[in-house]
Design a protein around this ligand. Structure first.
Ligand SMILES: *Cc1c(COP(=O)(O)O)cnc(C)c1O
Length: 385
């Protein structure tokens, strides 16, 4: 049993007991294949479609507009590649941002190699995409606009609804990666004016390896995999009913508890940021002050190496992240922080604290007790060199 303090909820979250309990029967006696006609199959089919209805109700979509996938990465790939492949002959241009998750960014880079034109829009110093830049980038051959709802490194929220007004007027599908946003801010596909939306289970206290993609009726879409008729043929393969039940239950809980949870997170983060501001000189707080997820604090410490800090904090039983997705072991500087105008040196000295259900004021106090001394020690060591 690991007993360290966990501040990396943007990377993954522990499965809630209620979710495990909801999934449990599907590993045992409810093992049916939802494609079968007999009663085992029919039971699985009913439970699967109930879960789909649950998810659809939460995001305000139609029942048939939800496709279950293997997670956020697959949902992002399906959204971007699915729309572009459906329209490639007439329309072969994507507008996205420079701060997307690698699941969108690297998909766009791959499509670029295949001849698709891509515009990676800049962000301001808070990490916000200006809707006017979206408008200016749109071309007659634009097939898709893909902008994330909330950023995973700094938490900044994007003006998706405003961007959606622009894309809708031009008949261009809008995809939003909502993986980090779910359970923290209201997410309704009509309010947001989106046509595709990605969700992942393990970022909301559900299981890993499950997610879903909302695809608005009428959106051009070509599948990436071929097989049976599962998920309307958009994503064939025998459904992972246990994980789907877990995803639906996790979403249901996250949605029901959203307001209280967001308030708790905001309170803890304010305590953390206020304490760091008081106790550590030359700390820079990244991300928009208000338009930001309530649980993410991304902080740059001048003349520090974030990875060194991460290791030292880990040795003191505090788990944080440098923020850059999948950055462990890589020397890459965060593409999000550099896009926001931070120097590579400052970006390298950044830590992300992503708070969650497991945290309380004692955890924050523990960070405030040890971090100033760690940074002071490392800075003095640097100065002596
Ligand atoms: C974690 C994450 C993903 C990937 O989701 P997986 O389920 O881990 O594949 C995509 N987008 C964002 C913003 C994320 O934080």
């Amino acid at each position: 049993m690991i007993t360290a303090i966990y501040f990396d909820h943007s990377a993954t979250t522990p499965i809630r007991r209620e979710v495990i309990d909801a999934m449990d029967p599907y590993f045992a006696h409810r093992f049916g294949n939802a494609s079968n006609i007999h009663r085992f199959g029919q039971q699985a089919r009913k439970d699967l479609e109930d879960a789909r209805k649950q998810v659809a109700d939460i995001i305000g979509s139609g029942f048939g507009e939800i496709i279950f996938t293997s997670g956020g990465t697959e949902s992002d790939n399906l959204a971007v590649q699915g729309v572009v492949r459906a329209r490639k002959r007439e329309k072969n241009h994507i507008v996205t941002s420079s701060i997307e998750h690698p699941a969108v960014l690297n998909t766009c880079r791959f499509l670029e190699q295949q001849g698709t034109a891509v515009d990676y829009l800049p962000v301001d110093t808070d990490g916000v995409v200006d809707p006017r830049t979206v408008e200016a980038a749109i071309r007659p051959d634009t097939a898709l606009v893909s902008i994330m709802l909330a950023n995973n490194e700094v938490g900044t929220l994007q003006p998706i609804r405003e961007i959606g007004v622009i894309t809708r007027a031009r008949g261009i599908p809008l995809h939003a990666d909502a993986v980090q946003a779910m359970g923290k801010i209201p997410v309704n596909v009509d309010d947001l004016n989106v046509d595709l939306l990605s969700i992942s289970g393990h970022k909301i206290y559900g299981p890993k390896g499950i997610g879903c993609l909302y695809i608005r009726k009428g959106t051009p879409f070509a599948p990436l995999f071929f097989g049976g008729h599962h998920e309307r043929g958009y994503r064939p393969g025998t459904e992972n009913v246990a994980a789907i039940i877990g995803l639906a239950r996790a979403l249901e809980l996250a949605d029901a508890e959203r307001e209280g949870f967001a308030a708790d997170m905001h309170h803890l983060r304010t305590m953390l940021e206020t304490g760091i501001r008081e106790k550590i000189p030359a700390a820079r707080f990244n991300g928009h002050t208000e338009k930001r997820l309530p649980n993410i604090a991304n902080i740059s410490f001048q003349s520090m190496d974030g990875e060194t800090l991460l290791y030292v904090l880990d040795s003191r039983n505090i788990a944080v992240s440098t923020g850059a997705a999948c950055a462990s072991g890589s020397a890459d500087v965060s593409h999000v922080l550099t896009a926001m105008g931070l120097s590579p040196a400052l970006a390298r000295g950044s830590l992300r604290f992503s708070l969650g259900r497991l945290n309380d004021e004692n955890d924050i106090q523990q960070v405030l007790n040890v971090l100033p001394g760690i940074i002071d020690g490392l800075r003095q060591g640097e100065a002596k060199k």
